[in-house]
Design a protein around this ligand. Structure first.
Ligand SMILES: [Fe+2]
Ligand SMILES: [Fe+2]
Length: 309
């Protein structure tokens, strides 16, 4: 018989005052997205694409992990956040799914196989792992997506170099990952879930994300006939990393979405850790008024598909 979840009578939401989960519902037109949407740089474009490819199935997995416990949440603030979290992830999944289909049609048909493999793996995890552990996995996955979101929003120069549609897609997604970053964690904690399960979840999820991202990245380089482009490898693995070292020595932040991963994984291991220990409020200070489609219009970029709100 299925064990009933433990109920919590005390406030369980750890989202700080002043942060609200805004469900923005943009609809992007990706038709004008150039082949190398990340500053004309194939390496960065293919790496970003590889990471984004797994979002729709990953988002369905985390929503499923959290939503099944919705009725067990007694803190009204957290219950409302669960609804908004599910809505935000639903729109992320829809927009990234549209982008993925465009990439399949643009000659990267092999991506569809990677997407299916990822989706089948997550479905299998949904069948073999206990539901409570799937919730711990959701909390771990959300820790990673908020780490990537933090990095993306911190690197304004990289964002400015992107094609406007890709930039607003990433800013929108990153802001909402920040806003809802503690929801899955708070639900797991409110139902009596412990840190050991969340750390076990992270130990499973981090290698999966690294293997899947780099496998897709190498496929994209090969499909684009750039796998043996020695000049590009030297520029990205030697020159760019030396530049990162100089930045770190100067007390600046290293460029790259994975560069904060060791710090953020280490933080997650602390017994008293809560996602808002890494305070992102300054990064999303203007988030409440942010509308990606309005931002595109403000910058003079037409988005053929109007926003749905
Ligand atoms: Fe998301
Ligand atoms: Fe998320």
């Amino acid at each position: 018989m299925k064990k009933a979840p433990k109920r919590s009578a005390r406030p369980a939401s750890g989202t700080p005052e002043g942060v609200s989960l805004n469900v923005r519902r943009p609809s992007f037109d990706f038709g004008a997205l150039p082949r190398y949407w990340c500053g004309g740089n194939p390496w960065k474009t293919h790496f970003g694409t590889a990471l984004m490819l797994v979002f729709p199935s990953g988002e369905r997995f985390v929503v499923q992990g959290v939503r099944r416990y919705r009725k067990a949440i007694t803190d009204p603030k957290l219950a409302e956040e669960v609804d908004r979290f599910c809505a935000q992830e639903g729109f992320h999944s829809r927009e990234h799914g549209k982008l993925n289909r465009l990439l399949f049609a643009r000659g990267f048909a092999g991506l569809a196989r990677f997407e299916k493999l990822q989706s089948d793996t997550l479905k299998l995890m949904g069948r073999i792992f206990p539901e409570r552990f799937q919730l711990a996995l959701s909390a771990s996955i959300e820790h990673l997506t908020s780490s990537f979101g933090h990095q993306a929003l911190s690197q304004r120069e990289e964002l400015e170099a992107m094609h406007p549609v890709a930039r607003e897609l990433l800013i929108w997604h990153a802001i909402e990952e920040m806003e809802h970053k503690s929801v899955a964690f708070d639900v797991h904690r409110a139902l009596g879930g412990g840190q050991a399960a969340r750390v076990a979840g992270l130990a499973l999820v981090v290698p999966m994300v690294l293997v899947v991202t780099y496998a897709i990245f190498l496929y994209l380089l090969a499909a684009d006939r750039r796998l043996f482009d020695g000049k590009m490898w030297k520029a990205e693995l030697v020159d760019a990393q030396l530049a990162n070292l100089r930045r770190i020595r100067a007390g600046e932040r290293a460029i790259g979405l994975f560069t904060a991963l060791p710090r953020d994984v280490a933080a997650f291991l602390r017994p008293s850790f809560h996602p808002w220990d890494l305070d992102d409020r300054a990064l999303i200070a203007d988030a409440a008024s942010y509308d990606p489609i309005a931002e595109l219009a403000r910058r003079g970029v037409a988005n053929a598909t109007p926003a749905t709100v």
